[in-house]
Design a protein around this ligand. Structure first.
Ligand code: GLV
Ligand code: GLV
Length: 317
């Protein structure tokens, strides 16, 4: 069989697959494979190890009838038309669990960073504009003891809740169903409206689906407290960008911190960057060396098993 890996990864991982298959690797480390190059390279491949920036849509699947498996280097798989892939018998794998704690940690970091205006503070020093201490210089908001509202209580939501509990936050959440793990942490299950209306921090950790797309829109931001901080570590597609910007500019909410954006990568002219009250990060939720190693390891393990005609360990069902 033939395997395509759509980004450069360490050689020792590639060497393992080369013992079992012919492997082509797109040599870029940073940039996504352009659509045409991906289509061209995929033509004779049965297995693709893909990045979240690769669109594996209906058209792509139709053009690649030889495709047997797509192994996505991410827990989220909204870049893949999962229903269509399933209907064609294509195995789809993702990288759950190994990135849970790391991603929750970034969510928690973003809560603190946004509330305490860390990026703005660092910029003040870097730009030589720090003229002295003053009582309300860069005064932000406290996080401890506040109410966090977690939208999407999967394993990342639970790991975030544990961190919030450590600083004595009251935890409430909204999810398709109630979570036993959340209940054990003393978190309250609430309606989506209640989550918006009664949380000091609203954190989106949900997967992007047709139901959750654009859910953080004008109506949602209008329900939040004017002191609320909105954090997004899910996907950019959960948010209507104009509505978030308007909510910030009209001071209908206090601030926002986002690790994920619509149309990534965005440039320095992105409207969110016009306002200091929005902290923007370049989709680094799971970006620690250990966790990225573990995610790649899991993808390679899945590929090895599929190449040996065995069941992969983390197939999206
Ligand atoms: C990152 O966003 C992931 O889904 O793993
Ligand atoms: C949100 O996470 C939901 O599952 O509805």
């Amino acid at each position: 069989m033939k395997v395509l890996i759509t980004r450069s990864i360490p050689d020792h991982f590639i060497a393992r697959l080369r013992q079992l298959a012919e492997v082509e690797v797109y040599p870029e480390t940073i940039k996504a494979m352009p659509k045409n190059a991906l289509l061209e390279a995929a033509k004779d491949k049965e297995i693709i190890i893909s990045m979240l920036s690769d669109k594996i849509d209906k058209d792509f699947i139709d053009r690649n009838p030889q495709l047997k498996a797509v192994i996505n280097l991410a827990v989220g798989y909204d870049n893949i038309d999962i229903e269509y892939a399933r209907s064609k018998g294509i195995i789809v794998c993702n990288t759950p669990d190994v990135l849970t704690e790391t991603t929750a940690e970034l969510g928690f970091t973003l809560m603190l960073t946004t509330a305490r205006r860390i990026v703005e503070a660092s910029e003040l020093v870097k730009t030589g504009n720090w003229v002295g201490w003053s009582p309300y210089l860069l005064a932000g908001l406290d996080v401890y003891g506040k109410t966090v509202g977690i939208y999407g209580m999967g394993s990342i939501g639970v790991a975030l809740a544990r961190r919030c509990k450590g600083i004595n936050m009251h935890i409430q959440y909204h999810n398709r169903s109630e979570s036993q793990y959340a209940a054990e942490l003393g978190a309250d299950y609430v309606s989506f409206d209640e989550l918006l209306e009664k949380s000091d921090f609203i954190v989106c950790t949900a997967p992007l689906t047709n139901e959750t797309k654009g859910i953080f829109n004008q109506a949602a931001f209008n329900k939040m407290k004017s002191s609320a901080i909105f954090i997004n570590i899910g996907r950019g597609g959960h948010v209507i960008d104009e509505d978030l910007l308007e909510a910030i500019q009209s001071e209908s909410i206090y601030a926002a911190g986002v690790d994920v954006l619509n149309n990534e990568p965005v440039g320095k002219d992105h409207p969110f960057l016009t306002d200091n009250r929005i902290t923007v990060l370049p989709h680094i939720g799971s970006a620690t060396v250990d966790t990225r190693d573990a995610m790649i390891e899991l993808c390679i393990k899945n590929a090895e098993l599929i190449l040996q005609d065995k069941s992969p360990v983390s197939q999206v069902k």
